[in-house]
Design a protein. Sequence first.
Length: 335
Amino acid sequence: MHKFTISLLLASLISLSSYADELRLQDNAPTRYTVVKGDTLWDISGRFLKDPWKWPQIWRMNKAEIKNPHWIYPGDVVVLDRSGAHPRLSLIKSASGHTVKLSPRIRGTAIDDTGIPPIPASAINAFISQPFVMEKGALDKAPRVLSAEEDRMELGAGDHAYATNDNTNTTNWKILRPGKALIDPDSKEVLGYEVEYLGEARTVVPGDPQRVLITAASQEIEANDRLKSADENYSFRYVPHAPSQPVNGKVISAYGGLAEAGQYATVVINKGARDGMEEGDVLAVYRNGGKADGITLPDSRSGLIMVYRVFDKVSYALVMQTTRPVNLLDFVRNP
């Protein structure tokens, strides 16, 4: 019985120690913080925690709440409670003054909602509605640009053009171009094909062919570029969190064809839904240590990324923190 009690006590101490290691408060963590416009969940979490992606733990969120979170709004007060065995957060709503003990109340759904987003909306607003990755030939049957109204070879914002139609009554279009193949650096498997976003168009004279006005252009538009409905909305509902399974992947592309990426740049990793990746997963990025004088050097951690869009075989992530640029073929692992 005495041995059992000692074993139980040791197990409890180990458990508490493990929890303390997992959930580290900032040295100057405030007792209360009033949320202001422009805050993000990542920012607020970083005020209380040294590891911002552990936000769900201090809120005691379950997996369903991580995937479909409640919202915090400007004016709400986040309160740090240290009275129990473990620290936890609660929320005082600005309107009613009611304290929510487990998590913020549910309100809002979209990226343009007034609720506090998980990461800076401005950092990915230009990317989230774009299809990014498709299977080979996915755009083959999509409507296509035929020619400019004035027979010009290249088009830009303000130009009119003729295009085929798909009889879906769509009037707002994204203009796209099939891009490069994304290839796994280890298995050499083709993981999908990037799609270049060229701009936006609006139908001004329906029909087949239809007449469209190019309302925005990020680069020159040509005949045979494809049209896809721009009416799709992308929800921004998730909470930064550690992956629920081990991850060992690589950065295989950076948005815009860059060789390296800094804070708030978008990168592509070779892990997707089939590997268990989810929106909100936070990963650490490591640079290969290489060798010196024949000695293998340890990999060095260079930053954190957070997944914000998941496809079957790849995911898009935002560089959240970095001590140096994130490079192609850098490793991504659990934080």
